[in-house]
Design a protein around this ligand. Structure first.
Ligand code: PBG
Length: 323
């Protein structure tokens, strides 16, 4: 029945009513904070293209984790930036590497925080690609072997969850079997299953110095126009043993997230990436939008689309406001 019998505005007329009919709510439990940790860094450095985001030393990362835990954020995801890079990304699976050292330090100081590690090669390779390079192409199977070794070294350091972000084929299965063969059968894998070759990663690549030295990532990350293909990627990763799936970026791929929510009964994560964060901050700094409201609206939209976990550089600020 339409107007005048139905008046949609009736249930919008006060904040109390709006609260009562609100369908989705962002909570601190939804949030995961990404942290950049730089080997050999003396003190924190701001990331120019991401206002409010820093590159931390190990010691400062520990302090940040305590602060984040006190704000009620349940999880962090760690990205390491090594001092030395080479073709194989040798720093990535060193027992004394930057992520391994950070995980151990954080675990020693903060016990009720879930420490997720990003498993990839791009921060550790001199060419900046997410795998082992043969000529101009990224060689899948040798890369997968490296990724399994990296995930295992993170597990040995004490990570609570590993998150492969490289987009090589078969890496979830390889990581699962490496973990299982070494006594980590209970360690969950969060797979960056539908990760697109996106322009929104620009500020991140500055922060971790991982811009490819030649070519781009389009031969392994997904082509933005494709949705059906994302669902195949997700199904494959589930079949290979992923415990949770990620869509990345978030805002431009909410349709993919919503479709994944309908299809898969596993926890779904969405990554509000560096460029999404930077756009809101930049517009807010110019006085063009209300940054806090815009951030909240963006995060709620990700929740509404179906995410259980939202990776966001604003996680700590938002948690402080939600408290
Ligand atoms: C790759 C990785 C990337 C991001 C997370 N993991 C970048 C890329 O694929 O170039 C992007 C995160 C962001 O933009 O915030 N290890």
């Amino acid at each position: 029945m339409g107007f005048p019998t139905t008046r949609m505005r009736r249930l919008r007329s006060s904040e109390t009513l709006r609260r009562m009919v609100r369908e989705h709510e962002l909570t601190r439990d939804d949030l995961v904070l990404p942290l950049f940790i730089v080997e050999g860094l003396a003190q924190r450095e701001p990331v120019a293209s991401m206002p409010g985001v820093f590159r931390f030393s190990v010691r400062e990362a520990v302090d940040e984790c305590k602060r984040v835990r006190d704000l009620g954020v349940p999880a962090v995801i760690l990205f390491g930036i090594p001092q030395q890079k080479d073709a194989r990304g040798s720093g990535a699976d060193r027992a004394s590497g930057i992520v391994q050292e950070s995980v151990a330090a954080i675990r020693g100081a903060v016990d009720d925080l879930c420490i997720i590690t990003d498993v990839c090669l791009c921060e550790y390779t001199d060419h900046g690609h997410c795998g082992i390079v043969d000529g101009e192409s990224v060689d899948n199977d040798p890369s997968v072997e490296r990724l399994a070794a990296i995930a295992l070294s993170h597990a040995r350091a004490g990570a609570h969850m590993v998150a492969p972000s490289d987009m090589m084929d078969g890496r979830v299965a390889a990581i699962r079997s490496a973990l299982d063969a070494n006594g980590f059968e209970n360690l969950p894998i969060l797979s960056y299953a539908a990760k697109y070759a996106s322009a929104f990663y620009g500020p991140f690549r500055d922060a971790v110095e991982s811009t490819p030295q030649f070519g781009d990532r389009r031969s392994y990350q997904m082509d933005p126009p494709n949705r059906r293909e994302a669902l195949r990627e997700m199904q494959l990763d589930l079949d290979e043993g992923a415990d949770a799936l990620m869509v990345k970026p978030a805002l431009s791929y909410l349709d993919v997230l919503a479709e994944a929510r309908r299809r898969f009964d596993v926890p779904l994560a969405a990554y509000q990436v560096s460029g999404e964060y930077a756009m809101i901050q930049a517009a807010a700094q110019n006085g063009w939008i209300d940054g806090e409201r815009a951030m909240h609206e963006a995060l709620v939209s990700i929740k509404r689309a179906g995410a259980d976990w939202i990776l966001s550089y604003a996680a700590a600020d938002v948690a402080a406001r939600l408290r």
